[in-house]
Design a protein around this ligand. Structure first.
Ligand code: ADQ
Length: 746
């Protein structure tokens, strides 16, 4: 209330003063006008009486004089008339003014002597009157007497009082109106937002993050709220990190753990903030029409699988495309939110793209151009100038978004994948102090293959803005160095594994990506035995039947078609496995707006149906095709269920499904059939390696996996688990950060 008073008091004072001054002026003006009117009236009435008075005075006609003064008695308001002789004595006077006779009025003498008319304001009884005295002269200018007209002026005061009353009522009404409006405004612009902010903080304090709704305030208050939100978000994320700190120090683990990585990052990065940029966001909000609610899902993406545990451990900011149809509802005023939703560990900043941007940059240039260019699948890349221009624009948009977040002290920016080849240079141009690493999640082709890209130079230059570029395997590094050597004016240092261009050195290193394996730490996110049994029942799988699983995004690089053809061949070649073998394929549709992907989905549907029709026997069918997106927790039981996991990519940077399967096999059962064209095949040498193009060999490898002795399987699984346990995602991140910090760039 005090604040409102402070706000409206000056206004009220000004309004009151304004009204008082204008009131006084208006009253003065009215008073003068009324007085003038009165004087004019008195003068003209006096002058109109002059002739009659002359006649009366010449003839000393008292009768006529009394008639004249009596005529004033009947007039409205208080009016009167007096006729004087030349000695100033009253000859006749209007009855109501008869007391006037007694009054001493010395100025009458002056009029008699000067013969000049005069008007005077006088007091009569309780009235104020105006009298106008006019000398009556003969033709020879000699004085005959005087005539006086008297007017009551009190009506003037009544008029003025009425005027003041009106002014007062108007000003009081206005003041009340101002107070009411001020209270209303203060409620709208201050009380309500503050109340909401307080409520927001209450939820925040209680950790009820699901109840935190974004603010939509504008103006200065909006800015304040927005800043408060950012601080709150940072506190929330920092809280998580700090609360785990104590736990970290107690652990003496030889393996790389998230806690160890966190220690390393805190030690190496000091206060330098960590930023990750990727196209795919780790959490997307998707509106479910059947439930009428928005669900928060983890997209099926190798990049997300790999990077999420790192930021969960260390905190930081992840900047990505907000692609969920309900994403905008869950961000604060700076397009940020804390994730995971139930346990905020880092900040996700969503960048919005319109349909044209998404089409040109993501579907067009990235996925119809660069993706097939880098994968050896004999799929022709499509490069359109319009897509390239959009790709550049979107890279700039992300660069601006990143730059707006960077703190003053040298930040660490970790850019993901082929969607952002231009980003490193864009960032470095503006912030040379920032350390930029780019990780390339897909293969890098030979220079001959890369050369067909019309924008090869700009892409290479953009990438070489990084201090460090990481690939999964050494072969991809070599291909990149060859490409830079052949296509760019640059110096490639084959000893240091770096490229020097325009005085800037970029180091090229292999960092085989991995997963948050949870191997040997005894932690299970779901009860494995119960979940597997439940799944068996749901899928109506009989005991003793051999189960193979495949888990993929639907992509032509993943060799899903080849896999189905191989199963068909396997059943043709080894019919004894009919009714004793089932293949379960989990398939998440992806990039469905691209015709090739859309067609592929149709092709797989048809093929599954055809093969199932061909081999079905009673209730048994060889392929269970589950075409949908699964949550992480939902996928795990399938891995545990699978006696075999089939990964048959035609070309794959790494392939995390292979590693996820091995990580889930804590009982050392199971066999992994793995394409030799995956990055994972370099590490998981105990898998049954196949060439997915050779359907015959593929079919035989399924038989080999089934028939492999238990001990052999266990030995192989144990070896593979050791590789993954040692080279988990935390080691991967630690290696990149250590390398980047240690780099001495020119
Ligand atoms: P992708 O080609 O997306 O990534 P991949 O390594 O095959 O990656 O991993 C896919 C991820 O999606 C896995 O975590 C898997 O569990 C999940 N997934 C698969 N099917 C799913 C489904 N139906 N529902 C839900 N989730 C599903 C790119 C490169 C890879 C590289 C990764 C990481 O193409 O070569 O390994 O990045 O660098």
């Amino acid at each position: 209330m005090k604040r409102v008073l402070l706000f409206i008091l000056p206004i009220l004072i000004l309004v009151t003063l304004g009204f008082a001054i204008s009131g006084i002026m208006q009253a003065r003006f009215t008073e003068e006008k009324l007085m003038d009117d009165l004087k004019r009236k008195a003068r003209s009435v006096g002058e109109s009486l002059e002739l009659s008075a002359e006649y009366i005075l010449l003839n000393n006609d008292l009768k006529q004089a009394n008639r004249l003064v009596d005529s004033f008695q009947k007039r409205e308001r208080l009016q009167g008339c007096v006729i004087y002789n030349k000695d100033g004595q009253i000859l006749a006077i209007t009855e109501r003014f008869s007391d006037f006779k007694e009054r001493q009025r010395p100025y009458l003498k002056d009029i008699l002597s000067s013969k000049i008319p005069r008007g005077v304001l006088e007091k009569f009884k309780e009235y104020s009157v105006y009298s106008y005295v006019l000398p009556v002269l003969n033709d020879d200018e000699s004085l005959l007497g005087m005539v006086e007209v008297i007017y009551d002026t009190s009506y003037m005061f009544t008029t003025l009082a009425e005027l003041w009353r009106k002014i007062s009522v108007t000003s009081i009404t206005l003041i009340l109106l101002i107070i009411a409006i001020a209270l209303l405004i203060q409620r709208q612009i201050f009380i309500i937002p503050v109340r909401r902010l307080t409520q927001w903080f209450t939820h925040f304090q209680r950790g009820e993050t699901d109840k935190l709704r974004p603010f939509a305030e504008k103006g200065e208050f909006g800015k304040l709220i927005s800043e408060v939100e950012q601080v709150a978000l940072s506190i929330r994320v920092a809280r998580r990190t700090i609360s785990d700190e104590a736990h970290v120090r107690l652990q003496k683990d030889e393996l790389w753990t998230e806690t160890k990585l966190k220690n390393l990052i805190h030690a190496k990065l000091d206060d330098n903030a960590l930023f990750v940029v990727s196209n795919r966001e780790p959490y997307m909000h998707v509106f479910n029409e059947s439930t009428g609610k928005s669900a928060c899902i983890r997209p099926a993406s190798g990049v997300v699988t790999a990077i999420h545990p790192i930021l969960s451990a260390c905190g930081g900011t992840w900047i990505a495309h907000g692609s969920g149809n309900s994403d905008r509802k869950f961000v604060n005023s700076k397009d940020k939110l804390g994730v995971p939703p139930e346990d905020n560990r880092y900040i996700l900043k969503r960048v919005w793209l319109n349909k044209e941007e998404e089409q040109g940059y993501y579907y067009g240039f990235s996925n119809e151009g660069l993706w097939p260019l880098c994968h050896n699948t004999h799929t022709r890349p499509v490069f359109k100038e319009s897509d390239w221009l959009m790709y550049k624009e979107v890279n700039q948009k992300f660069a601006d978004s990143v730059l707006s977040e960077l703190p003053a002290s040298s930040p660490f920016i970790f850019v993901q994948d082929y969607h952002f080849t231009l980003l490193p240079k864009m960032i470095k141009d503006k912030r040379p102090d920032a350390k930029v690493a780019l990780f390339w999640h897909i293969p890098w082709p030979t220079p001959e293959a890369f050369m067909i890209c019309p924008y090869q130079n700009e892409i290479l230059e953009g990438m070489l803005g990084s201090d460090l570029i990481g690939f999964h395997v050494q072969n991809h590094c070599n291909n990149f160095l060859d490409t830079a050597n052949r296509l760019l004016e640059s110096r490639v240092d084959t000893e240091k594994f770096s490229v020097v261009r325009s005085g800037k050195e970029t180091f090229i290193r292999a960092f085989p990506i991995s997963i948050d394996a949870h191997i040997d730490d005894g932690s299970f996110r779901v009860d494995p035995v119960r979940q597997v049994e439940k799944l068996r029942k749901e899928l109506e799988l009989e005991d003793g039947i051999v189960i193979a699983v495949g888990v993929d995004r639907i992509d032509y690089t993943k060799g899903i078609v080849e896999r189905i053809l191989a199963i068909d061949r396997f059943l043709d070649k080894y019919p004894e496995y009919k009714k004793n073998f089932v293949f379960v394929q989990l398939a998440a549709p992806s990039r469905t707006h691209i015709k090739r992907y859309h067609d592929l989905i149709g092709k797989i549907d048809e093929l599954v149906e055809k093969i199932n029709r061909k081999h079905t026997d009673g209730n048994w069918k060889p392929i269970i095709y589950l075409k949908k997106h699964f949550s992480e927790d939902d996928i795990q039981p399938y891995y545990r269920l699978g006696d075999i996991c089939i990964v048959s990519s035609l070309h794959d940077g790494m392939n995390l499904v292979a590693k996820e399967y091995v990580a889930e096999k804590s009982d050392l059962s199971g066999a992994l059939i793995l394409s030799q064209f995956t990055g994972a095949a370099r590490e998981l040498t105990d898998a049954i390696l196949i060439n997915p193009y050779s359907i015959e060999e593929f079919a035989d490898s399924i038989k080999l996996a089934i028939q492999m002795p238990k001990e052999e399987k266990q030995r192989r699984m144990e070896n593979m688990r050791k590789v993954i346990a040692e080279n988990n995602i935390f080691r991967w991140a630690a290696n990149i950060i250590t390398e980047l910090i240690a780099l001495k760039t020119i």
